[in-house]
Design a protein around this ligand. Structure first.
Ligand SMILES: C[C@H](OP(=O)(O)OC[C@@H](O)[C@@H](O)[C@@H](O)CN1c2cc(O)ccc2Cc2c1[nH]c(=O)[nH]c2=O)C(=O)N[C@@H](CCC(=O)N[C@@H](CCC(=O)O)C(=O)O)C(=O)O
Ligand SMILES: CCCCCC(=O)CC
Length: 330
């Protein structure tokens, strides 16, 4: 499968209009796809934003010409009703045929707790995600009104009058082995987050493929997409430090516990050392260094990169891909 290069335009790290300008620039440089975070609270407090992802996508799709767009990722189970998620992505895909997909996942306390107060366990949220996906697919496909009584959601003769002309591609986030297996079983493609290449190769991707085979699908036709942040600067230490905004994602407790206050995440993020950031993110001083970083993950089986640009000079961090994209996709 040909490697695809995606640009992650963060609307929690950047003001929405700045992220939109980045998306336009990234498309012009040759990125295949644009991905946007779907958050309520951000992963860092100082100088953070959190624009609404779907509102941003509408504007960004109109401002660009051909790039594929998806959230990275939407949690369709708590603060959003899955029926309204299905309606939103049906509308966007009808308006921009072939250019819109959705990635789903079991959520983060940062986004769900502030507006619901609830935080079910990981297995329950995974179960809710599977049910949400089932009902979203029914709404997208059904020519008749949908009535559904599940464990978590009830639909009473719900009908989407605005439908896409073809299927909305569905990515499913699996960070752990069970999440990856569920992704293979219930979605079209895998979405995951940067992890050591050995884990991706020996745990995440095999579990995803196992899930796909269980559902009778051909895993060789399914993408392995991954969100990973990068920073490029001639000064290596400056490049690493510029990734600090995302360091909270490297603290496992942020996923396990009900942490929904960005100030609290920031306190933990500020304790993360450069070695850990270097190991989990991509840091380089030039295009050649970035190509090496991308090749590490390609060798582990990743074939769709969602690259979050945390470079000190953001435009340079986009323009450098004129040289990188041909080298990693040929
Ligand atoms: C926590 C792991 O669960 P998993 O289902 O694999 O992954 C969860 C993530 O998909 C979500 O949190 C997702 O919403 C995060 N996310 C995101 C993910 C991604 O791949 C790319 C981009 C994004 C950006 C984004 C996200 N979320 C948003 O809301 N908005 C965004 O923009 C996991 O580790 N799962 C393990 C099982 C773990 C488990 O069950 N643990 C038990 C305890 C076990 C023990 O005792 O040790 C527990 O915690 O109760 C697995 O195997 O699946
Ligand atoms: C380990 C990182 C999980 C995804 C974090 C996130 O929400 C990024 C937008």
């Amino acid at each position: 499968m040909k490697t695809q290069m995606g640009y992650f335009a963060s609307i929690e790290q950047y003001r929405p209009m700045d992220a939109l300008e980045q998306a336009v620039r990234a498309e012009n440089v040759g990125f295949d796809s644009i991905w946007v975070d779907d958050h309520f609270h951000p992963w860092y407090h100082t100088n953070a934003q959190t624009g609404q992802a779907w509102a941003w996508m509408g504007a960004a799709l109109q401002a660009t010409k051909k790039a594929f767009f998806s959230t990275c990722i939407t949690c369709p189970i708590m603060r959003y009703n899955p029926g309204v998620v299905a309606q939103t992505f049906a509308t966007l895909r009808q308006m921009y045929p072939g250019r819109v997909g959705i990635a789903v996942g079991a959520g983060e306390a940062l986004n769900e707790v502030p507006v619901t107060g609830e935080w079910p366990s990981v297995p329950v949220r995974q179960d809710m995600t599977v049910e949400a996906v089932e009902v979203m697919q029914k709404l997208w496909e059904s020519k008749e009104p949908v009535s559904f009584k599940g464990k978590y959601y009830t639909f009473d003769k719900a009908f989407l009058y605005t439908k896409p002309d073809d299927k909305v591609p569905l990515y499913f986030s699996g960070m752990g082995p069970k999440g990856a297996q569920l992704a293979g079983k219930h979605a079209d493609h895998l979405m995951t987050v940067s992890a050591p290449p050995s884990v991706l190769k020996n745990v995440t991707i095999p579990n995803f493929e196992k899930g796909a085979r269980e559902a009778g699908k051909d895993p060789s036709k399914m993408e392995h997409a991954m969100l990973v942040w990068y920073s490029v600067d001639a000064d290596y230490d400056k490049a690493i430090e510029a990734l600090r905004f995302w360091a909270g994602c490297l603290v496992p407790a942020m996923f396990k516990y009900k942490v929904s206050d960005a100030k609290e995440v920031e306190l933990h993020a500020n304790l993360v050392g450069h070695d850990m950031m270097k190991d989990n993110f991509m840091v380089a001083t030039d295009a050649e260094g970035m190509i090496k970083e991308i090749e590490r993950f390609k060798a582990a089986g990743i074939n769709h990169f969602c690259l979050g640009n945390s470079s000190p000079n953001v435009n340079l961090g986009i323009d450098i891909f004129k040289e990188i994209i041909p080298a990693v996709t040929e």
